[in-house]
Design a protein around this ligand. Structure first.
Ligand code: UFG
Length: 345
């Protein structure tokens, strides 16, 4: 079909970007994936195309280069919005290399905003994070919870990103944005055709669990067993990546159909449930049938004790809520890990 609406997905080859591309296709959008493959693999494209019934275009571009960024907007017509994922996201790395994070995460966002103005594209979805709340003790966190200082440059780029977008929507009133504050996305597409693809040793819990179970890692370290939580391990709000991806389509349609209440809205995307590290391990053992080799070690520097979302605003205003369970998350993550190893053999 010639006239299908197109959506630019920056960072479209990444974990959340790839799952969002599939949900956009289900919603009958063509997708333009823009990615420099700095933290993803070209093989993901094949998986996305397999799952998409609409057109999928791929542009290997470093969005820090403004002319290259603009070239995409020149090349394609009928672009109805941009979902902006492209960013560095390793909290620990950002502490050691802050300039890399400010340079990439801020400059790329600015280039996207310039492009939105230049090419008159009015709808932006921004990939934010619960990290914007910083070290908060107010649980669950609502969108009104005061943002505290966040320890990592990564977190600061998300706080700054939201602030920049806010100023942008004030200066350009015909442009609208929604910032989505993710809690902890895990799991994989139920087809096991796409999933999380960490390069090297995983930093995050779920891929570390599946790589340990499959024999790539010897033992999972559970960082801290002495937190003030029911089982002593840290609490997070884990959300299935497919639920999260669907929220992007809901948010985008809200902007496209002018249903938004103000020009820049922010929503938490979580399940609202506080889950401990041991809860995740137990769920994984239950759904995979594998007994996991793990040990409780000392706390990881910079980790918070507990954070989980108040989901009322996304439920009542976005009319979206997460449907998939923790067992769905661990089951699909395991299926994906097994498929991945089969492919690599
Ligand atoms: N954990 C372990 N062992 C591991 C890895 C993680 O016990 O090998 C624990 C962590 O200590 C934490 C929980 O599992 O308690 C989740 O850790 P992740 O690294 O998976 O996720 P984080 O909550 O640290 O970080 C996530 C995103 C960041 C985002 C942050 C906001 O990865 O991008 O949430 O709080 F900034």
């Amino acid at each position: 079909m010639a006239n299908r609406s197109r959506i630019i997905v920056t960072g479209g080859m990444g974990f959340i970007g790839s799952h969002t591309a599939v949900e956009l296709s289900i919603a009958d959008y063509d997708v333009i994936l823009v990615d420099d493959l700095s933290n993803s693999d070209i093989s993901v494209l094949e998986g996305i195309k397999k799952l998409c019934k609409t057109e999928v275009y791929f542009e290997n571009i470093d969005l820090k280069n403004r002319l290259a960024c603009f070239s995409i907007f020149e090349k394609y017509d009928n672009i109805k919005g941009v979902i902006h994922f492209a960013a560095h996201k390793a909290v620990g790395e950002s502490v050691g290399n802050p300039m890399k994070y400010y340079d990439n995460n801020i400059n790329v966002l600015l280039n996207i905003l310039y492009a939105l103005v230049n090419f008159d594209i009015q709808n932006l979805i921004f990939s934010s994070s619960c990290t914007v709340y910083g070290e908060t003790k107010d649980l669950p966190v609502t969108e009104q919870t005061e943002m505290k200082e966040t320890a990592s440059p990564y977190g600061k780029t998300k706080q700054m990103g939201e602030a920049i977008i806010n100023d942008f929507t004030v200066a350009y009133p015909t442009h609208n944005a929604i910032s989505l504050r993710y809690f902890n996305p895990i799991g994989a597409h139920p087809s096991a055709v796409i999933g999380e693809l960490p390069l090297g040793k995983p930093e995050n819990l779920m891929p570390y669990i599946t790589q340990t179970a499959i024999g790539l890692r010897e033992c999972l370290s559970v960082f801290g067993g002495d937190y003030n939580t029911p089982d002593g391990t840290a609490i997070r709000d884990y959300i299935h990546v497919v639920d999260l991806a669907q929220a992007h389509v809901v948010a985008l349609n809200r902007l496209i159909h002018n249903l938004n209440g103000k020009s820049h809205e922010r929503f938490n995307l979580g399940t609202g449930k506080g889950i401990s590290v041991l809860d995740v391990i137990k769920s994984f053992e239950r759904t995979s049938g594998v007994s996991l080799n793990y040990e409780i070690t000392k706390r990881r520097k910079g980790d918070m004790e507990a954070i989980y979302a108040d989901t009322e605003l996304s439920r009542s205003v976005l009319k979206w809520e997460a449907k998939l369970s923790l067992d769905d998350m661990t089951r699909t993550a395991w299926q994906w890990e097994q498929e991945l190893r089969k492919k690599k053999e």
